[in-house]
Design a protein around this ligand. Structure first.
Ligand code: FCB
Length: 443
C-alpha cells in the first residue's frame, strides 16, 4: 500500500536530526491472551452487559501476545525509530508474565526499534483501587520489578497514560472501568495516580533510568462565547483537563483550590507534591482535538459517546464547521500548535522537552485518505509549534493496529494497519505507506 500517490503534494518541512518518529499501542487493547494473565478492572467491567457498545471483550483483541513477531516486523518495515507499548501490570503479576515483555523488547532491539514502555495504561489488576492510597506504593513496587528486568535494554520510560481520562471516564462518569460515577468524589483517584507517578519516577531513577516521562492528554479549551458564564465554565474545564495533571507534575503544585480537595492532611498533600513534582526528562502530550465548553445547560449532554450529567459545572458544545472523524471528533490540526505554544507560555522553563505520545483518528477503510489528511495536518501543526520555539522531540501515531477501543469495542479503527478481528490478519492501510514515506523523508 506504500504508494507515492498517497503522499500529499505539499513538501513536508524538515524535522531536526534525532527527532523520534513512532507509533503507540497499549497492552489491554492489543495483547489478548487473557488466560495468561490475572484479571484487570477492565475484564470485570467488560463482562457487565451494556458496558462495551458492541458487547465485545479484549480476551483475544489483536492476539499480539502470540503475534508480536509479525507486529515487530511491521514496525521494522514502517521504519519507525520507536514503539510505545504498555506493560500489563496483571500480566507481570502472573507467573512468566514478564517473560513476554522480555521477548518483545529483545525482538524490538533486534529490529532496530527503540522500546518505549508505558507502565500503566488503565488495566489495573482486579482487586486494586486508585481510591486507595496504598495502590500508589504497590505501583512503585511493580515498576521496580519491571525496570529491574527490562532496564538493561529500555532507555525511555513512560509512567502513566492519561490519568485525567482514567479519573474522569473511569471514576467520575462511569463509562470506563472501574465504572464508578463519583463525579468530584473521584478526585482521590487522581491524586493517588499522581503520587504513583512520582513514586514510579523515583523507582525508575533508583534503577538507573535517565529518560523518564508521562503521557498526559491535553487540548485547547475554547469558550462557547464571550459571555462571562461560558468563559468561567471553559476556564474550569481547562483546569480539569490541562492543569490538574500538568501543574503538580511540572511545578509541584496543584492549581488554586484543588489541593484542598485532595485526600489527606494539608501536610500530607504537600509532602506528596514533593514526590509528584520529581523532575522529568520530557513531557508526553496526547492530543486529539480541542473542546468547546460553555456554562451548564441544566440537562444531560451526549458527547463523543459519553453522557455528561446535568449537574456538572460546564457543558460541552459542538465545534462547528470542521470535518469529523468516524468517532465524531472534530479535525483541528492548529489546535496542536495552540496547545503547545500555550503550554510553553504557561510553564516556561518548567516544561521539559515535549514528545507527542499519541495523535490519531478513527476512520474505516484501507484507502484511508482521511487519516492521511489528519496526520499530515497535525505533523505540520507540530512543526509550526517547533518553529515558534517549542522544544518537541518526537511524534507517535495512535495507533499501529486497529484495536479494542475501550467502551467502543472494535467499532473504532485507529490503526495504520487494519486488523480483521475474525482471522486476525493484518493489512497495512494507505496511511501506513504514507507514514513510512514521511519517516524516511523526515530523516
Ligand atoms: C486515548 C487513549 C488510547 C486510545 C485513544 C484513542 O485517550 O490513551 O488508549 O483509546 O485515546
Amino acid at each position: 500500500m506504500a504508494t507515492d500517490d498517497a503522499m500529499p503534494a505539499r513538501p513536508m518541512p524538515r524535522f531536526p536530526d534525532g527527532f523520534l518518529w513512532g507509533v503507540s499501542t497499549s497492552a489491554h487493547q492489543i495483547e489478548g491472551a487473557a488466560g495468561l494473565r490475572g484479571p484487570s478492572v477492565w475484564d470485570a467491567f467488560t463482562a457487565e452487559p451494556g458496558r462495551v457498545k458492541d458487547g465485545s471483550t479484549a480476551d483475544v483483541a489483536c492476539d499480539h501476545y502470540h503475534r508480536y513477531r509479525e507486529d515487530v516486523a511491521l514496525l521494522a518495515d514502517l521504519g519507525v525509530d520507536a514503539y510505545r507499548f504498555s506493560v500489563s501490570w496483571p500480566r507481570v503479576d502472573s507467573p512468566g508474565g514478564l517473560d513476554f515483555y522480555d521477548r518483545l523488547v529483545d525482538a524490538l532491539c533486534a529490529a532496530g526499534v527503540r522500546p518505549v514502555p508505558t507502565l500503566f495504561h488503565w488495566d489495573l489488576p482486579a482487586g486494586l483501587d486508585w481510591l486507595e492510597r496504598d495502590t500508589a506504593a504497590r505501583f512503585a513496587e511493580y515498576v521496580s520489578v519491571v525496570a529491574g528486568r527490562l532496564g538493561d535494554r529500555v532507555g525511555k520510560w513512560i509512567t502513566l497514560n492519561e490519568p485525567a481520562e482514567h479519573t474522569l471516564l473511569g471514576h467520575a462518569l462511569g463509562v470506563h472501568a472501574p465504572g464508578r460515577k463519583l463525579l468530584f468524589d473521584a478526585l482521590p483517584a487522581a491524586h493517588h495516580q499522581l503520587l504513583a507517578h512520582g513514586l514510579a519516577v523515583r523507582a525508575l531513577r533508583a534503577a538507573g533510568a535517565t529518560d523518564v516521562g508521562i503521557a498526559n492528554s491535553h487540548g485547547p479549551v475554547w469558550p462557547a462565547s464571550d459571555d462571562p458564564a461560558d468563559r468561567e465554565a471553559a476556564e474550569f474545564y481547562d483546569l480539569l483537563l490541562n492543569r490538574m495533571f500538568a501543574d503538580p507534575v511540572l511545578t509541584g503544585r496543584y492549581p488554586e483550590g484543588i489541593g484542598e480537595l485532595m485526600p489527606g492532611s494539608p501536610g500530607q498533600v504537600a509532602a506528596d507534591l514533593e514526590i509528584i513534582g520529581e523532575p522529568l526528562d520530557w513531557y508526553g502530550v496526547n492530543y486529539y482535538a480541542p473542546t468547546r465548553v460553555g456554562a451548564p445547560q441544566g440537562a444531560e449532554i451526549e458527547f463523543g459517546g459519553v453522557t455528561l450529567p446535568a449537574e456538572l459545572p460546564f457543558s460541552v458544545r459542538e465545534i462547528e464547521g470542521r470535518p469529523l472523524t468516524d468517532f465524531g471528533w472534530p479535525v483541528v490540526p492548529e489546535g496542536l500548535t495552540e496547545l503547545l505554544t500555550g503550554f510553553r507560555d504557561r510553564y516556561g522553563d518548567r516544561l521539559p522537552p515535549v514528545v507527542i505520545t499519541e495523535n490519531g483518528c478513527s476512520y474505516e477503510g484501507l484507502d484511508d485518505r482521511d487519516r492521511i489528511a489528519y496526520l499530515d495536518g497535525h505533523v505540520r501543526a507540530l512543526h509550526r509549534a517547533m518553529e515558534a520555539g517549542v522544544d518537541v522531540r518526537g511524534y507517535f501515531v495512535w495507533s499501529l493496529l486497529d484495536n479494542f477501543e475501550w467502551a467502543e469495542g472494535y467499532a473504532r479503527r485507529f490503526g495504520l494497519v487494519h486488523v480483521d478481528f475474525t482471522t486476525l490478519e493484518r493489512t497495512p492501510k494507505a496511511s501506513y505507506g504514507w507514514f513510512r514515506d514521511l519517516v524516511r523523508h523526515g530523516r
